[in-house]
Design a protein around this ligand. Structure first.
Ligand code: SF4
Length: 323
């Protein structure tokens, strides 16, 4: 069995821009523009970037919740990029999503027991009695109690609702969980409880995570490797230690300078990012980060840097490291 669980090659998701009476396509919003990544069994891969950088679209394209424009997606040795919706149903047993806002993803009219049992019902798994037993097990596993099963989502706090979302995602014994900003909507104190739970579940159930976040401080403790996205592309990818200790891309350096640390005196000066992320409908020429980069050179304005291996599994897309 290969150690690689998920491999994504040149993934693209473009949204056409139409104009005029004939609704002619006049351009594309390049939400994801050539993402390559490999996720190994049992690891947590953190995917980070500001809002609008394409990280959530990447996660949803991998799950085929939105149809990719181009690219290859190999999951557990199988090419899933061109599977029909019907064929994808089988893949969803092994690949699940945890949402940022569990309240929006949980039907308010269904009890928690029904919500957690639903994926098993859809896949026609187990007898009704076995499903109930499994729901109660899952509630315990995520730190709730079996009596919570008869309640409705609105009766729970944000953290508890996220636990329900996690129990639902675990119902089919998945191999990969794509967690799309799973703690962003929670209070900081609750965030660490949910992150600890995810780590515990990973150990107990051999899970692999693609963990999407907009903040490098959130992914720090849970990730083994991290990819930093900017305007639809990965600009730096490395194991956690290298990324936090030796960030190379000016964008990663700026994001890291904003992460709070225990000893502020040991922290490098905050690098303020000027301006907003440019529109993916009209990305800057050359390096997409160049209008905001304090190290910008002439070449950066015309030539797009490729993501290159600079050693030790550390990849960076920046002309500062051309040699
Ligand atoms: Fe900055 Fe140039 Fe590197 Fe882009 S390629 S991050 S503009 S130095």
């Amino acid at each position: 069995m290969s150690n690689v669980l998920l491999q994504v090659k040149n993934l693209k998701k473009y949204y056409p821009i139409r104009a005029g009476l004939t609704r002619k396509i006049v351009g594309n919003v390049k939400a994801v523009d050539g993402v390559d990544l490999t996720i190994y069994r049992g690891e947590t891969f953190g995917l980070v970037g500001e809002s609008g950088c394409g990280k959530s679209t990447t996660g949803r394209s991998i799950l085929r919740l939105i149809a990719p424009t181009d690219g290859e997606i190999f999951f557990d040795g199988r090419d899933i990029a061109s599977l029909s919706a019907r064929e994808m149903r089988h893949v969803y047993r092994d690949m699940q999503l945890i949402f940022q806002d569990p309240y929006a993803s949980l039907n308010p009219r269904k009890t928690v027991e029904k919500l957690i049992a639903e994926p098993m019902l859809v896949h026609n798994l187990y007898t009704p009695a076995e499903r109930t037993k499994r729901v109660h097990e899952l509630l315990e596993v995520v730190g709730l109690s079996s009596y919570h099963g008869s309640r409705y989502p609105h009766e729970f706090s944000g953290g508890q609702r996220q636990r329900i979302g996690i129990a639902r995602a675990l119902a089919l014994h998945p191999k990969l969980i794509i967690a799309d900003e799973p703690v962003s909507a929670l209070d900081v104190s609750i965030q660490s409880q949910v992150l600890n739970l995810l780590r515990q579940l990973q150990r107990d159930f051999d899970l692999t995570y693609l963990f999407i976040a907009h903040d490098l401080s959130v992914v720090k403790h849970i990730s083994d490797r991290i990819g930093v996205m900017y305007l639809g592309r990965i600009v730096e990818l490395s194991d956690k230690k290298n990324l936090y200790e030796k960030p190379m891309h000016p964008y990663t350096q700026a994001l890291l300078s904003a992460v709070p640390v225990a000893n502020p005196k040991a922290k490098p000066e905050r690098i303020l990012l000027e301006g907003d992320v440019p529109s993916p409908a009209n990305p800057p020429q050359g390096c997409a980060f160049h209008p905001r980069c304090s190290a910008c050179m002439d070449i950066c304005k015309t030539v797009r840097p490729e993501l290159r291996d600079v050693g030790d599994g550390h990849f960076v897309a920046c002309h500062l490291y051309n040699n």
